[in-house]
Design a protein around this ligand. Structure first.
Ligand SMILES: [Zn+2]
Length: 385
């Protein structure tokens, strides 16, 4: 089906506003370079955005060669607030921020998110109400709420689409549920996608237009930024790499298959291996963090092995997508350098040399806050469209 001109213009508008939100002020030439849109297309779209008051133009400070003066542009920041929410598997966190993404208040509560969607949504509603109350911000001043969910969201229906990945949420429409609790405009996105956006906008991958963010925690998911844009797939289910088959007839996975990546690599699995290796660890720690442990050579070997197994799957993904950077986040990323080195080792072995020689593998710069920061970044873009 050919793309209608209106859809093309709408996509172009969106790309320019996204690019401006990520870094501003920016000239038309810079926007053309960052979005891949032709200079004449950028000029036309910017004219429209200026007329609508969605961007404003600063006085030209320098001349670009002999051409016309190059006036930098910035997004218009309407007065008001943004709310970001991150549903983890065992917690909910929320932040209230200005439209320039300056955090005013932030909080986090432990919740069994997987077990009951209704309970987790109620807790999120109470958390946001508490933040507004504490900051003396009326609910009506919130321009946009963005919530990250650790599962695939069907973009057409808004429903959580997998009964196997987030069992307690199957068929739930989180946007409608949160709108009923909070009011206003609510957007739902996958948490790894939001974390990818956060690392791209404010974290380890600033200025990198092709990156894969890997959330390696209790499960394994990926968020993709391709050609500078968030890529969610045709139906919103991209990045479910945790259910890649790595071991025929292997351990049972929560999705019903055997031998999935996340049944052999997860923070829980690494923890079990550490206990089996005789390390004196609590069986159910509150927070699973490896950074204090990886100085021990046994721990470093177990973590590096998890990195190699994860890297095997990432090699195939790199061969298909040729990203400039892999950003590793989630609790397993607290394994630090041994984990990254394990991933690099597999990339050297299994990815094409043209790719493995160039791809950078880094830890998340935003850590456990990545999805929340990404929720605010997306809310900032959505609030001005
Ligand atoms: Zn699975």
């Amino acid at each position: 089906m050919p793309t209608s001109p209106n859809t093309r213009v709408e996509r172009g508008r969106r790309a320019i506003l996204d690019a401006l939100n990520q870094s501003f002020p920016a000239t038309r030439q810079e926007l053309s370079r960052r979005t891949g849109l032709a200079p004449s297309t950028v000029a036309g779209i910017v004219r429209g955005l200026l007329a609508e008051g969605l961007v404003h133009e600063h006085a030209a400070t320098e001349r670009a060669g002999r051409g016309r003066p190059s006036s930098p542009l910035s997004p218009h920041r309407p007065p008001g607030y943004l709310v970001g929410i991150d549903f983890g598997h065992t917690h909910v966190s929320a932040a209230l921020a200005s439209t320039a993404q300056q955090v005013v208040a932030e909080d986090r509560v432990p919740v069994d998110v997987d077990g009951s969607a209704g309970h987790a949504l109620d807790r999120a509603g109470a958390l946001v109400a508490g933040l507004l109350d504490r900051s003396k911000v009326p609910a009506g001043s919130v321009l946009r709420t963005v919530a990250g969910i650790p599962g695939p969201i069907n973009q057409a229906t808004g429903r959580i689409q997998s009964a196997t990945i987030l069992a307690g949420w199957a068929g739930v429409r989180p946007r409608e549920e949160l709108t009923a609790r909070l009011g206003g405009e609510v957007t739902i996105a996958n948490d790894a996608e939001l974390a990818a956006l956060a690392e791209h906008t404010h974290g380890a991958a600033r200025g990198v237009s092709d990156l894969i963010y890997v959330k390696a925690s209790h499960g394994i998911g990926a968020g993709l930024i391709l050609a500078g844009r968030r890529y969610t797939g045709a139906y919103g289910a991209s990045g479910e790499i945790g259910h890649t088959l790595v071991q025929e007839g292997g351990a049972q996975c929560r999705c019903g298959q055997r031998g999935c990546l996340e049944s052999v690599v997860s923070i829980g699995e690494v923890w079990r291996q550490l206990i089996a290796a005789g390390l004196p660890l609590p069986e159910q720690p509150d927070e699973l963090s490896l950074d204090a442990l990886v100085g021990d050579p046994v721990v470093a070997r177990i973590v590096a092995d998890a990195g190699r197994r994860l890297g095997r799957v990432l090699s195939d993904l790199c061969n298909a997508l040729d990203p400039a950077m892999l950003v590793i986040g989630g609790e397993l990323a607290t394994g630090g350098e041994p984990l990254l080195e394990g991933i690099r080792e597999s990339l050297r072995r299994f990815a094409q040399p043209a790719i493995s020689d160039r791809v950078h593998v880094r830890s998340s710069a935003l850590g456990a806050r990545a999805a929340l920061v990404g929720a605010l970044a997306l809310a900032a873009t959505e609030a001005i469209i």
